[in-house]
Design a protein around this ligand. Structure first.
Ligand code: ADP
Length: 482
């Protein structure tokens, strides 16, 4: 494949492409076939340290670069990303599995973070006020936090990178990016695009590695990284927060979710089924915002479940590069086993399978769209992020019952609710413990909105007008009134 051949396969450090010091490489596989696509450099802790040193060396000049210049680099990179949509989409489909149509949508979504933050780079504000006692002027300015470590997952290989790189560049921070080992190619392609757009050497450095724990910990303990922005599981997030505590590194944490989706008896059923398809099936369900627990009012539950099952059963599962594929493979066999084990556990405890639920034969990490009803409350699927195309439906009778069940989780990223009653919509939205709520829609992600969770789903927000704040420090200068 030309798109794979054209991507650099080395570490990107100080503006140059380099092999890992050890000469080791890691395998990038196509989850649709199980075959190796190519190999890329597999960094050791020493390589990671060189990347940090390059970021540190570039920091002062980058912070002093005019905001307009930073903005225009991002805007040029946006234009290149859009112009290369087809190549980037194919690359993502090959290394991650999502169907081409979804990969194209991710290019549009991911690129938009660059356009959005190109606009924010020139709007970093400050202030000059007088203290209440009249004796001091309070001059407030904002400065980049410094060299950042960005760690991204595999489910949105482009957008998870641009959502962090965009605001870091806009704010004047230098970067070491560590993408997930399953999907390094999109990040490496992105580095080449940012270089083409004029990003100075050392501002972005990329280390690909199979030894995330071994490479990252010394970098966080080394005292040179000033900020960690992480997207991934809550378990790893906790480990990283503990490591950051020792050197008091600022953190942004986008962690796991367990999104409830509530369908009230006054919902428009077509809208609810359509919204559930999006909330459940976007990215094969491999999204931290994916609807994980579906609560439907008892009076409409049978109708809703049969309509959802019909829609799910009609989806075409296959290689994401094939036209007509709706559902690609899961990321790897471990991801597929996890989803299937959750289904088996629910069935063992009495759930009914309306469609799907069988492990397919043959190569690739495919799993069929699955709808389950009658889930017993102690089933593991209620408390576990499924990360697969499995819809688990439960019923409720009262609004209180629905809200209590929805909030009965340590997570608080996204929630969805379907109702045509405005009072109820606002009342329930106010009570739901999550950072984002889809009201009569199954899609909450938007570069112009603050993305993030509460409870153990994370700290901080990405995107929106607040996204750049995560990469800026306030500095206040006291000036006596003369
Ligand atoms: P997932 O289960 O979706 O792969 P993870 O939280 O394991 O989610 O991974 C998200 C990102 O965090 C990936 O880039 C991964 O390599 C990285 N990662 C995993 N474990 C660690 C760790 N101990 N320290 C630093 N990064 C890690």
């Amino acid at each position: 494949m030309t798109v794979v051949r054209d991507v650099p396969k080395q570490l990107f450090i100080g503006g140059g492409w380099q092999d890992a010091e050890s000469g080791r490489t890691l395998s990038v596989d196509n989850p649709a076939t199980g075959e190796e696509l190519c190999r890329v450099a597999d960094a050791s802790p020493a390589d990671g340290q060189r990347a940090v040193e390059a970021a540190v060396a570039a920091q002062a000049a980058w912070a002093a670069t005019a905001p307009r210049a930073r903005s225009e680099i991002l805007r040029r990179a946006y234009d290149i990303l859009i112009a290369r949509t087809e190549d980037l989409a194919l690359l993502m489909t090959l290394e991650m599995g999502k169907p081409l149509a979804e990969a194209r949508a991710e290019v549009a979504y991911g690129a938009e973070f660059f356009r959005w933050f190109s606009e924010e780079a020139v709007r970093i504000d400050g202030g000059l006020t007088t203290a209440p006692d009249g004796r001091n002027r309070l001059l407030v300015t904002r400065q980049p936090v410094g060299p950042c470590l960005l760690i991204t997952p595999w489910n949105f290989p482009l957008a998870m990178g641009t959502r962090k790189i965009g605001p870091a560049i806009a704010a004047g921070c230098t970067i070491v990016l560590k993408p997930a080992p399953q999907t390094p190619l999109t990040s490496l392609a992105l580095a080449a695009i940012l270089t083409e757009a004029g990003l100075p050497d050392g501002v972005l450095n990329i280390i690909t590695t199979t030894d995330a724990a071994g490479v990252v910990e010394p970098l966080l303990r080394g005292g040179q990284i000033r900020k960690l922005s992480f997207t991934g599981s809550t378990g790893v997030g906790r480990i990283l927060l503990a490591q950051c505590a020792d050197t008091v590194i600022r953190t942004s944490m986008e962690l796991g979710g367990n999104a409830p989706l509530i369908v009230f008896d006054d919902a428009d059923l077509d809208t609810a089924v359509e919204g559930t398809m999006v909330a459940k099936m976007r990215n094969m369900g491999e999204s931290c915002c994916a609807a994980n627990r579906i609560y439907v009012h008892t009076s409409i539950a049978a109708e809703f479940a049969s309509r959802l099952a019909a829609r799910m059963a009609a989806l075409t599962v296959g290689d994401g590069t094939e036209p007509g594929t709706d559902v690609g493979p899961l990321i790897d066999l471990a991801g597929r086993s996890k989803a299937h084990d959750l289904v088996s556990d629910a069935v063992k405890r009495g759930a009914t399978v309306l469609t799907g639920g069988q492990l397919p034969e043959g190569p690739g990490c495919f799993y069929p769209p699955t709808v389950l009803t009658g889930i017993a409350p102690e089933s593991q699927i209620i408390d576990t992020e499924i990360f697969g195309p499995v819809a688990a439906i439960r019923t409720f009778d009262t609004e209180d019952e629905a809200v209590t069940a929805a909030n009965d989780t340590e997570f608080g990223l996204a929630s969805y609710l379907f109702t045509q009653n405005l009072d109820r919509a606002l009342r329930v939205a106010e009570r739901l413990e999550s950072g984002m709520i889809g009201l009569n829609t199954g899609l909450v992600s938007n570069p112009a909105a603050p993305f993030g969770g509460i409870k153990q789903s994370g700290l901080g927000r990405e995107g929106g007008t607040v996204g750049i704040d995560e990469f800026l420090e306030y500095k206040y200068i006291a000036v006596p009134v003369g």
